[in-house]
Design a protein around this ligand. Structure first.
Ligand SMILES: Cc1cc2nc3c(=O)[nH]c(=O)nc-3n(C[C@H](O)[C@H](O)[C@H](O)COP(=O)(O)OP(=O)(O)OC[C@H]3O[C@@H](n4cnc5c(N)ncnc54)[C@H](O)[C@@H]3O)c2cc1C
Length: 379
């Protein structure tokens, strides 16, 4: 049953209706096949872009939808409920445009933002390296200034949409220590940039995650975003918004698992009654429903603070932690509701459980979220 959302405007209600329509027609018919066969759904992101769903929270001035973040996140949740991998890709696309939008010079925005937000280009976010995940400040991919260029050398890891994206928001080393990292906007076809083969993942099979290799790749110096050395604070500020996206994706996965579980519990009978009518199972479903509703409320609270221009970094970490832990628990319990068949590929719940796991890991593991939250508690 569709979630009965509290939305702030007719525009927002129309957007949710549009998203459900696109999800019904574009995502739902192919998700099972593409996830099973690990095929990339060429054209699907472009269809979302054409429907205006790839740049909802960005300002209209640059071709974005001008929607409040809480509306964007609820749209994202609806997409992820149908296809988590696409929800993640949409969230990462938004994350990748944040540095240019928030830190770019006016002239850079005029040059690149309209194209990035028009919906026909896909963005990726390239912070992680094989030896620098949680400890992002340890990254070593180098950007060395040479005349009008930066020369890029080194490896990046774990790039969502690696090899498929049109631009990469790259964080590379221009100096020593945490103040020696800078942010660049790299075109996907840059000479000297190549990609590894897609990682063989537990879930999110339809969208590739790859390494990237820079081998004396020469990038125009005017593709530096912000100032030299500002990269790490740009990366972290983008992640505050991105974590809310991951929270919304996690709630979408959890909602989809809950819906499947409730449907099955109303059909399956044991001991002469529907399994939902056994109190032990009914209470399990009640706890799942409560977890989904409270996780949604947590990300919406953080998003509304963001929309009001209030600090929201701690709340974004709380939302990511609560929503992704809830998704892991709810999807695991959904498999339980299905009994033996829940452990087969005949039903979507096993996929939801595999998909929920990554939300506890990327854009800062949940241990790192606790670190951020505990730092916020210090005097
Ligand atoms: C499918 C997928 C997609 C991804 N997409 C992207 C992407 O698009 N762009 C990108 O840049 N990155 C991406 N990542 C990378 C992801 O953000 C990192 O994997 C994540 O931040 C964890 O880093 P790590 O894997 O190096 O783990 P590590 O940092 O090695 O951590 C290992 C374990 O130690 C724990 N740990 C580490 N430090 C601490 C500490 N101080 N206190 C307590 N515990 C700690 C961690 O929580 C974890 O449990 C992706 C990863 C995956 C798997």
């Amino acid at each position: 049953m569709p979630v009965d959302r509290l939305l702030p405007s007719d525009d927002a209600r129309d957007l949710i209706a549009l998203t459900r329509d696109v999800a019904d027609k574009v995502l739902d018919p192919i998700v099972d096949e593409y996830e099973r066969d690990e095929k990339y759904p060429e054209g699907v992101m472009a269809q979302l872009g054409a429907a205006g769903l790839l740049s909802l929270p960005q300002p209209e001035q640059w071709g974005g939808g001008g929607q409040p973040y809480d509306v964007y996140l609820q749209v994202l949740e609806e997409i992820a409920a149908r296809w988590a991998a696409i929800g993640v890709a949409v969230s990462v696309h938004s994350l990748s445009s944040h540095p240019l939008l928030a830190y770019g010079a006016e002239e850079q925005k005029q040059r690149w933002l309209p194209g990035m937000l028009a919906g026909d280009q896909i963005g990726a976010y390239s912070l992680s390296e094989p030896q620098a995940g949680s400890d992002a400040a340890a990254l070593s991919c180098k950007a060395t200034r040479d005349g009008d260029n930066y020369v890029l050398n080194g490896s990046k890891a774990w790039i969502t949409h690696g090899g498929k994206a049109d631009f990469y928001t790259l964080f590379a080393r221009t100096g020593e220590g945490s103040k020696g990292i800078s942010c660049f906007l790299v075109p996907g076809d840059l000479e000297g940039l190549s990609f590894g083969k897609p990682e063989e993942k537990m879930g999110l099979h339809a969208v590739p995650t790859t390494s990237a290799f820079y081998d004396n790749a020469r990038l125009d110096a005017d593709r530096l975003i912000g100032t030299e050395g500002q990269g790490l604070s740009i990366a972290f500020s983008a992640l505050d918004s991105g974590r809310l996206g991951i929270a919304a994706v996690a709630v979408g996965i959890a909602q989809a698992a809950l819906d499947e579980a409730v449907r099955y519990a109303n059909e399956r009978t044991t001991f002469g009654r529907k399994i939902i009518d056994h109190q032990g199972l009914g209470f399990l479903l009640a706890d799942m429903a409560a977890a989904v509703v409270s996780a949604r409320a947590t990300y919406l609270d953080a998003a509304r603070r963001r929309d009001l221009g209030l600090p929201y970094s701690t709340q974004a970490s709380v939302a990511k932690l609560i929503a992704t832990d809830a998704a892991m628990k709810v999807t695991t319990d959904a498999v339980q509701v299905f009994g033996g068949v829940g452990y087969t590929r005949d039903f979507r719940v096993e996929r939801f459980m595999r998909e929920a796991k990554i939300t506890q890991i990327f854009e800062g593991t949940n241990q790192i979220q606790r670190l951020v939250i505990s730092r916020g508690l210090g005097s």
